[in-house]
Design a protein around this ligand. Sequence first.
Ligand code: SAH
Ligand code: SF4
Length: 389
Amino acid sequence: MSEALTPAEQSRILAKAALFAPPAPVLEDGRRELVGLSREALIAALAAIGEPAFRAKQLWHWIYHQGVVDFARMSSIARPLQQKLAEYFVIGRPAVATRQKSHDATEKFLFRFRDGQEAETVYIPDRVEDRGAVCLSSQIGCTLSCRFCHTGTQTLVRNLGPAEIVGQFMAARDAYGEWPSPKGDTPRLLSTIVLMGMGEPLYNYENVATAMRIAMDGEGIGLSRRRITLSTSGVVPMMDRAGRELGCNLAVSLHAVRDDLRDELVPLNRKYPIAELIAACRRYPTASNARRITFEYVMLRGINDSEAEAHELVRLIAGIPAKVNLIPFNPWPGSQYAPSSGAALDRFARIVMDAGFASPVRVPRGRDILAACGQLRTASRRAPANGAI
Ligand code: SAH
Ligand code: SF4
């Protein structure tokens, strides 16, 4: 069982991570980005300019609770220090390159980062309550070519850094005016994070973990770990670590119940086959009836949507506190699959439900602007080693 990484695996992953590392968060004029630093790193950055640790607490509040990007607006900090901070540091945001609104109110942001690379973020308003989820990207592109996923056709350009990951959420808060007003009242439209955008979050674990710790910090953005869901295609050893260290909700992209088919749809299955994946789900620490693991299952016509497969699915996940999210396949230009028929979806959902698992069919959102699950992709490409594009 792959409970721990071997040293060889660890060094291979580290070498790969360095190759795809985000650029250093430093501007051309030498000022350093503060967003994305852990609390400890923020304390160290301030110590380096001779400022005591309590300043980090003040700054943290302004940056992550109030959403302030200008040191001059930090009223609890004296003017000379505001100026000093502005000499050394910057509080940045990814730039909004484009913003598109679907007829169903879903919005897709294309964010541009300091090096010009781009990733997409989707805001999905709740249909009933006055709040919604922000779907964050963790990588530009993806290494894992799943056959039905548009992002998978974009080779990995690079990992996103903590500032870029939590920055997508913060920029969305800017866009919706979601920071607390001076009176203290905060509209709470953006109350949930789903790591289901571009990329495989567990192949960029350190950066994702730093960003999520910032999002969960009670003195800043303050989202509960129950409001954060990390979706993985099944990087088994990292699931253990994420469970232990972050304890957020887990969603697993299952999509097939037999290894031969899953090998084809989700090629990572050749490395971490279904039995290992399910075992990792069984030991995922936060799973309980109140906090169930979500199994995502994209319904592909004639491929994985038979009644026999529904029965096999419930047998596989028996005993796991889980729900099954049936996702109608969202087509994209050049995709090879067709969505399952409504009847096949209903039959499948009924079998799963009768076995005692909630099996909501995920209503596609933002399809008209290619913002639905698996439709994200940007024009960013990896610069060749010689720097020419
Ligand atoms: N890499 C992670 C998270 C991003 S993908 C993962 O694979 O889990 C988010 C979800 O969208 C996954 O469940 C993925 O399998 C699903 N998905 C990908 N392409 C899709 C498509 N064309 N239609 C519907 N869902 C899709
Ligand atoms: Fe990557 Fe997830 Fe798409 Fe697979 S489904 S290619 S892991 S983003």
